[in-house]
Design a binder for this molecule. Structure first.
Ligand SMILES: Nc1ncnc2c1ncn2[C@@H]1O[C@H](COP(=O)(O)OP(=O)(O)OP(=O)(O)O)[C@@H](O)[C@H]1O
Length: 242
């Protein structure tokens, strides 16, 4: 569903992403991990067509992000690290606005999509409230709802549980898992237990390069008896010292 091939991004003299390659298929939840500044957001922004790669390619459902950005955007939903906010809009107004911008203008289709995402993201009780008055957990669910309003095949979530309390984290993780059957999902996170809880693949990126691409169980088995956290620290510290 998503193929990333030797992707590179330079910001001036800084090579933020340095030859990253991986593929993800329908049903995959890929945990994208790495220390601060590793290049996770930059990679995700290139897959969504938000940033142009310096070199390499990314394709979504067979469409090249650089050559067919419109076809890619139809197939991809994106939750950025800090969601664009329209604080004064109600949840329904905001989701309607996003749906219309996505080309969903037929009234019946629009209402069906709104009803679907409101149920999936458990937003019914707040749908007529202004976004600025919602808790962070609800705002994050609105962010997920806008990302899936056009029922995309691929979902890119940048730190979807960041800043949420444990109950809210649990809710958002359940939501991601429930959606994974018919989608390919990439999520970046700093939380290693999140990877263990919901991902079937883990990629660790450090200084723009992929260090690890395997299952969470394989990752943990690298150091029997250690926590996933300890394995991560050992791996990423090594590259800093190297
Ligand atoms: N617009 C930009 N201009 C210049 N440098 C940038 C820009 N965006 C990111 N960088 C740099 O590129 C590198 C990779 O950043 P990126 O945000 O992709 O990392 P990240 O892994 O998502 O980090 P974090 O976990 O902190 O969000 C960092 O060194 C960052 O400072």
């Amino acid at each position: 569903m998503v193929t990333v091939d030797r992707l590179v991004k330079d910001y001036g003299t800084l090579r933020a992403v340095d030859g990253v390659s991986f593929t993800i298929n329908k049903g995959d939840i890929l945990g994208f991990l790495g220390p601060n500044g590793a290049g996770k957001s930059t990679t995700m922004k290139m897959i969504t067509g938000f940033l142009t790669p310096t070199a390499g390619t990314a394709t979504v459902d067979g469409f090249d992000v650089a050559k067919d950005p419109i076809e890619v955007k139809k197939r991809i939903g994106y939750l950025p690290e800090s969601s664009a906010a329209y604080p004064e809009m109600t949840v329904v107004e905001f989701l309607t606005y996003v749906a219309e911008a996505r080309g969903i203008t037929d009234k019946d289709q629009l209402n069906a999509r709104l009803a679907d995402v409101i149920v999936k993201c458990h937003l019914d009780s707040v749908k007529y409230r202004a976004i600025e008055n919602l808790s962070k957990g609800y705002r994050q669910r609105v962010g997920v709802a806008q990302a899936i309003i056009h029922d995309p095949k691929v979902l890119i979530l940048d730190e979807p549980t960041d800043g949420l309390d444990p109950n809210q984290k649990h809710e958002v993780r359940k939501l991601i898992q429930a959606m994974s059957k018919d989608k390919a999902i990439v999520l970046s996170t700093h939380i290693l237990e999140e990877v263990e809880a919901i991902c079937n693949r883990v990629i660790i990126i450090d200084q723009g390069k992929v260090l690890v691409d395997e299952t969470p169980a394989e990752f943990k088995a690298r150091k029997p008896g250690a926590t996933i956290d300890e394995v991560f620290r050992e791996l990423t510290n090594k590259t800093i010292l190297a």
